[in-house]
Design a protein around this ligand. Structure first.
Ligand code: NQM
Length: 357
């Protein structure tokens, strides 16, 4: 199936339909998406990181979990995939996919789909609207980055800390200095590096196109990213799409923080779901680079609004721990999803040749 999940679009497979061998599986997936061509003209990929995504779903054997979900990023313009990060947008489409493909039986009104995210080992509860036992795609929920409105899909993420890096603060510090720039490295669902826009002599309110054209900025960010990879327990990140680099500034539209996020070489037209959760989490940690830029609301849970180039993204953080060392135990957010197509995709026979399974 092709499904728009949140503000991304992906091709979703049943794991049982794909080769068991990982190398062959990845070759097949690359062939589906359009290989290493920057336009992905010979495949289903949309020639942009947000539309070059894949979800692989299988029934789960884990207690309390309905389905396992593996996210695969087909790297545009390069003949390779990356399974290091998770994707919270594609995750939103996993609920409808699980129901449409019969992995989860719908219940009247609403159906809860418990998902285990294989990439990071975390859990998310999805709530899909299912009147008369059918997925309802139409509705009046709107999310920035997607035109129109659709049926609301609630995502409740549990215990995301250290999803890919092993620790919430992977370097062991709230702030590090690299190439003379202060950064906060955090992983609450997505490895993200927060940097102050003003340290790069930009406002942080530029459009994503303007920032994508700024090669000097992109080079500076990449130099910092490559140094931080090993410090964040991610190893050599030359070939990885994490950590994401989020340039922050004071909010301008009633939110709590403004962001421009490189994922990691293209500036996101909005912000990634788990990227936003990591940024929001950094905002509540005393001493991060967001300290002094953001004003955090009192109370618990806290609704943190992360501004981005096409609007804002609200993350509801349920917090435990102490005021000096808060812990996010649950992150709730709103997405929508839409089934775009169901069918067969064709792969050249040469891809399969010489392979057994
Ligand atoms: O952060 C973009 C997106 C994403 C990933 C990216 C995502 C997430 O907008 O959970 O959703 O950061 O590559 O789909």
């Amino acid at each position: 199936m092709q499904i728009r999940g949140g503000s991304s679009k992906g091709v979703y497979f049943l794991k049982s339909d794909l080769p068991e061998d990982t190398d062959l599986r990845d070759k097949v997936l690359l062939a589906v998406m359009g290989g290493g061509d920057i336009r992905q003209i010979d495949g289903l990929g949309g020639a942009h990181p947000l539309t070059s995504k894949i979800g692989i779903i299988s029934p789960s054997e884990r207690e309390g979990i309905d389905v396992d979900y593996l996210f695969v990023q087909a790297v545009v313009g390069e003949n390779r995939v990356d399974t290091t990060p998770n994707c919270g947008n594609i995750l939103a489409g996993v609920g409808p996919f699980a129901i449409e493909s019969g992995l989860v039986q719908p219940t009247e009104g609403k159906t809860k789909v418990d998902v285990y995210m294989v990439n990071s080992g975390n859990r998310c509860e999805l709530e899909v609207i299912t009147p008369e036992g059918k997925v309802e795609y139409e509705g009046d929920a709107s999310i920035d980055g997607v035109p129109g409105s659709a049926s609301p899909l609630i995502c409740n993420y549990m215990d995301l800390a250290g999803s890919a890096c092993g620790k919430l603060l992977p370097t062991g510090k709230i702030c590090d200095v690299v190439n003379g720039i202060s950064v906060t490295c955090i992983d609450n669902g997505m490895p993200v590096v927060l940097l102050r826009s003003r340290d790069f002599n930009i406002t942080g309110y530029e459009t994503s196109d303007e920032l994508n054209a700024n090669t000097e900025l992109k080079q500076k960010l990449e130099e910092i990213r490559l140094q931080l990879g090993p410090m964040m327990n991610l190893g050599d990140v030359n070939d990885k799409v994490v950590p994401k680099m989020s340039l922050i500034a004071a909010p301008t539209a009633g939110g709590h923080i403004s962001t421009r996020t490189f994922i990691p070489h293209v500036c996101h037209s909005a912000v990634g779901v788990l990227g936003a959760v990591s940024v929001a989490t950094a905002c509540i940690l005393p001493g991060s680079v967001a300290d002094g830029i953001t004003i955090i609301p009192d109370g618990n849970p806290k609704n943190i609004s992360v501004e981005h180039p096409s609007g804002e993204f609200s993350v509801n953080l349920e917090i435990a721990g102490t005021p000096t060392s808060p812990e996010v135990v649950k992150a709730g957010l709103l997405r929508t999803a839409r089934l775009l197509s169901k069918g067969e995709t064709y792969i050249s026979t040469s891809i399969w040749k010489g392979n057994k399974k």
